[in-house]
Design a protein around this ligand. Structure first.
Ligand SMILES: [Zn+2]
Length: 206
């Protein structure tokens, strides 16, 4: 993504496509990170005793602090002036500013790092479920490579980390690259003697 694209997702509400092609509205990443710094602040449930400190998520606070420091330092070096306003406004000046192509390339890399870091922190991706001891129907390996890793894995989480509908699951073989999706998943699980009800049960518990 370009510097302009990165700044857009960091500072503006934007559309994002999930793996099923559905468009979702994602809030500005920096705004979401700020909300994550004080998790219980807007909820009516936890805490609330008079004078009780607002709980702080120290990791989110550190991340925000590091981004802010780096943004201000880079801005001062790239433009020769010190930015007095807030972080979002600073970033939004870049597409219209007088920075060199070298700085633009550098800042595109830095801001992409922020996008990736914030996204991974706010929406951690759950690992695929390993189908241990099951042989791939395409290449017949259950383990592959020198490290003898499990070949077949099941993707069963939606973008929010919840169990997806079985029609949205997929199975992939890391040994040969074969993939199955949609209705194929259900019959393949049966063929592998892994009934989907049992898999779902394990997943809910695990
Ligand atoms: Zn295979």
């Amino acid at each position: 993504m370009s510097l302009q694209d990165n700044i857009h997702v960091l500072t503006r509400e934007h559309l994002s496509q999930d793996k099923h092609g559905n468009l979702r509205t994602i809030p500005a990443l920096l705004a979401e990170l700020r909300l994550a710094v004080t998790p219980g602040r807007n909820s009516s449930g936890g805490g609330g005793a008079e004078g009780a400190p607002i709980p702080i998520d120290p990791n989110a606070l550190d991340m925000l602090g590091n981004i802010e420091n780096e943004a201000r330092k880079d801005y001062a070096e790239a433009t020769g002036t010190v930015w007095q306003g807030d972080l979002e406004a600073l970033l939004q000046t870049y597409p219209h500013g007088q920075i060199s192509a070298e700085w633009e390339t550098y800042l595109a890399r830095v801001t992409l790092g922020w996008v990736d870091t914030i996204t991974a922190y706010l929406w951690p991706v759950k690992p695929r479920r390993k189908l241990t001891g099951k042989a791939c129907p395409a290449c017949s390996q259950s383990l592959y490579g020198e490290e003898r890793k499990v070949a077949l894995s099941l993707g069963c989480w939606d973008d929010d980390g919840n169990l997806a509908k079985i029609g949205d699951w997929d199975i992939a073989c890391a040994g040969c690259g074969a993939e199955w999706s949609g209705d194929q998943v259900s019959w393949l699980l049966k063929a592998l003697d892994t009934p989907d009800a049992a898999v779902a049960e394990v997943l809910e518990v695990g």
